[in-house]
Design a binder for this molecule. Structure first.
Ligand code: G3P
Ligand code: CA
Length: 253
């Protein structure tokens, strides 16, 4: 993997990562929110992946389906047949009723057909076999060159590195490591993705990571004031719930 591949070139705009799709405008982590994000001009869709009871990776943020579907229970206790039967749209608005919890395979199919790249978050601890299934789905869909794998879970990133040395990795952090560059080198990261507040508290870290060939993508940032500050600070990408507004702000400058 080329060092610096995800670092913004001089004069290039921030990369827009649509957080859980266009989650301010459509039900999060559905093909509908992906489509809204794509139409808004988002370069990348961010989503969260976890396995069903029968080991199929699905796109869902919470560890239960309670908040974002008409069902109940932990995703890891529900079969793929049960997940396929859920409505993931009515909680958001009557007009979005009928949206489904997509399997990762369905989402990769959709992206491959309609365009766009995937910031794929491995959500929560995963065994090596569970990561292997995610890698297999990405490979089977020919999407290796259009996926950036991210996680808060260091073990999940290490499994991914072993199973797929060609997949780029990003580490999510709510607080910065004492030495982010050392961590990035140890894990072989292409990007280091910190929370906005954590980054603001540590001047100089963007430059240090860039010097090591590591991009910096910041989450979750929804105001023009922060987009402007992060753009000026030299970050590479912004993960936002409002991709249409960020894309509009970028093109209006
Ligand atoms: O992409 C960053 C962000 O998604 C991490 O937090 O809880 O929304 O998955 P969360
Ligand atoms: Ca996420």
């Amino acid at each position: 993997l080329a060092p610096g591949a995800f670092i913004r070139r001089p004069g290039a705009p921030l990369t827009v990562f649509a957080h859980r799709g266009a989650s301010s405008a459509a039900p999060e982590n559905t093909l509908l929110s992906d489509e809204v994000a794509r139409r808004a001009g988002a370069d990348w869709i961010e989503n969260d992946v976890q396995p069903s009871r029968d080991g199929v990776p699905y796109v869902l943020h919470d560890d239960t389906v309670n908040r974002t579907t008409n069902g109940a229970g932990r995703i890891r206790d529900l079969t793929s047949a049960q997940l396929d039967g859920l409505d993931a749209g009515s909680w958001f608005a009557p007009a979005t009723a009928g949206a489904r919890v997509p399997s990762l395979a369905a989402q990769l199919d959709d992206l491959r057909t309609r365009g766009g790249s995937l910031l794929l978050e491995i959500k929560g601890p995963h065994t090596r076999d569970e990561v292997a299934r995610i890698v297999k789905d990405v490979r089977d869909h020919g999407m290796t060159g259009r996926v950036l794998v991210q996680s808060f879970e260091v073990d999940a990133l290490r499994h991914t590195r072993e199973l797929a040395p060609d997949l780029p990795l990003a580490l999510l952090r709510a607080d910065l490591d004492a030495d982010p560059v050392a961590v990035a080198r140890d894990l072989g990261l292409s990007a280091y993705n910190p929370a906005d507040a954590a980054l603001a508290a540590r001047p100089g870290v963007i430059e240090a990571l860039h010097a090591a060939g590591v991009a910096v993508n910041v989450w979750t940032v929804d105001t023009a004031a922060r987009w402007k500050a992060l753009d000026a600070a030299g970050v590479d990408g912004v993960i936002t719930n409002r991709p249409a507004e960020l894309a509009g702000w970028l093109s209006a400058r």
